[in-house]
Design a protein around this ligand. Sequence first.
Ligand SMILES: Nc1nc2c(ncn2[C@@H]2O[C@H](COP(=O)(O)OP(=O)(O)OP(=O)(O)O)[C@@H](O)[C@H]2O)c(=O)[nH]1
Ligand SMILES: [Mg+2]
Length: 207
Amino acid sequence: MHSLQQARFLLAAHTLQQLPPPLVPEIAFAGRSNVGKSSLINRLLGRKGLVKTSSKPGKTQSLNFFTVADNFYLVDLPGYGYAQVSKKQRQFWGELVAGYVETRHSLACVVVIVDLRHELKRLDRELVDWLRHVARPYLLVYTKADKLSRNQQEKNAALLDAGLQVKADERILFSAQTGQGRDELLTRIRALTAALSLPPADENPTS
Ligand SMILES: Nc1nc2c(ncn2[C@@H]2O[C@H](COP(=O)(O)OP(=O)(O)OP(=O)(O)O)[C@@H](O)[C@H]2O)c(=O)[nH]1
Ligand SMILES: [Mg+2]
């Protein structure tokens, strides 16, 4: 079996206290509700049912940790921007995710996932601006590329690039359906996790 397929679910954190010890580098996946975060992780690992996906937005409500071949974690974050959630839930997302992203030493990168079919949404722009502001590494993935022709993919990507002020080599066009962009994303993730050096476990007992 390919080592990536040895991934397993580790835990779901509903509070910062429930996070696992930061012993290995991790990559977190953020984006609007229903954009395809969970599907992307499944495609990346080649494991269709590992992460629950849904056609209804708001499926993922906690920070869900997956161990990959015991040397890094992938973290499925709850989605944002779903109109039906209460103000209280929105606040909860903000506090949990912001607290996590700002303080987690073992976080190698936040992969920000955006729907390639749609024009840039305010909340996506705000997330990227905030990641820049707090100086956390991020990588953009434009997903659901299979829904567009190659020509239209390039056109839409250029518009998103301009709106987010990123260069073409700072983002990846992706499809969970066809696997487009998977190898490129994996290569980037491997490089990011390899580059992050963590202190030995006994010197870093908390967070
Ligand atoms: N055609 C196509 N559909 C996709 C792709 N990625 C996800 N979807 C579909 O989009 C819907 C939402 O996918 P999820 O992976 O559950 O989205 P999510 O971002 O994890 O959603 P929440 O957990 O609710 O925030 C599902 O119906 C998926 O099958 C893709 O690349 N192409
Ligand atoms: Mg999800």
